[in-house]
Design a protein around this ligand. Structure first.
Ligand code: B4P
Length: 191
């Protein structure tokens, strides 16, 4: 399976990705996690990414695309992968299309998690108390939402036109959302 998880900040992408990836025995690749790991290790990529992430801005496409290209070329992704938080811009969509086409495969499904804006802000403010992420302040959260609406939400239409978009209600308990995603993907696996 080659899957994408999309949705605004706090929609539950990272929360759900690991469970779903385990179910299909594919790696869950989160661009946000890779950036954070690099920030933590103080690598040149981390130093560059941190400037953007702390402000709630997207890391430039050329940096992000190269990182994803390298990651999905690794042997564990040969049989499939779940990308969480990528693509986020039209340039990333185009780049991903060419990466996948070069391997002779195609995307199986794009799962979009739908959650009310106020619930998103509350989830992220709660996470701020437990994890202390630099980009989980209310001001930065609002900027991330704005950027999502401007640059990423329109991408859903691209995947809808390709007939591979699955919209899932992301409200409610984590387990309930997991069950909804599993039911939707089961249909894809059977088709
Ligand atoms: P991400 O790490 O992708 O951050 P995110 O959008 O907040 O999603 P995340 O996966 O962490 O949170 P989730 O919704 O699961 O990106 C961070 C930054 O990295 C971006 O702002 C950008 O700067 C950069 N970046 C990443 N990818 C990029 C790209 N492709 N291009 C350019 N820049 C990029 O969960 C949020 C919280 O909600 C958690 O605390 C969770 O416990 C809680 N939660 C989840 N489901 C819940 C539920 N059902 N009920 C209650 N709480 C729930």
């Amino acid at each position: 399976m080659r899957l994408l998880f999309m949705g605004p900040p706090g929609a539950g992408k990272g929360t759900q990705a690991s469970t779903v990836a385990e179910r299909y025995s594919i790696p869950a690749v989160s661009t946000g996690d890779i950036f954070r790991a690099n920030v933590g290790q103080g690598t040149p990529l981390g130093i560059e990414a941190k400037r953007y992430m702390d402000a709630g801005e997207y890391v430039p496409d050329e940096v992000t695309n190269l990182m994803v290209r390298d990651r999905i070329a690794e042997p564990d992704a040969a049989g499939g992968f779940l990308l969480d938080g990528y693509p986020r811009t039209l340039a990333q969509v185009e780049e991903l299309d060419s990466m996948i086409a070069a391997t002779g495969h195609r995307l199986d499904a794009v799962v979009a998690l739908i959650v009310d804006e106020e619930a998103l802000v509350q989830r992220l403010l709660l996470r701020a108390q437990t994890e202390g992420r630099a980009d989980d302040t209310e001001e930065v959260i609002r900027r991330r939402m704005e950027l999502y609406a401007e640059q990423t939400a329109p991408l859903l239409e691209v995947y809808r036109d390709h007939g591979i978009l699955i919209e899932v209600d992301g409200m409610g308990e984590v387990d309930e959302v997991t069950a909804r995603i599993a039911a939707a993907l089961e249909k894809v696996a059977q088709s």
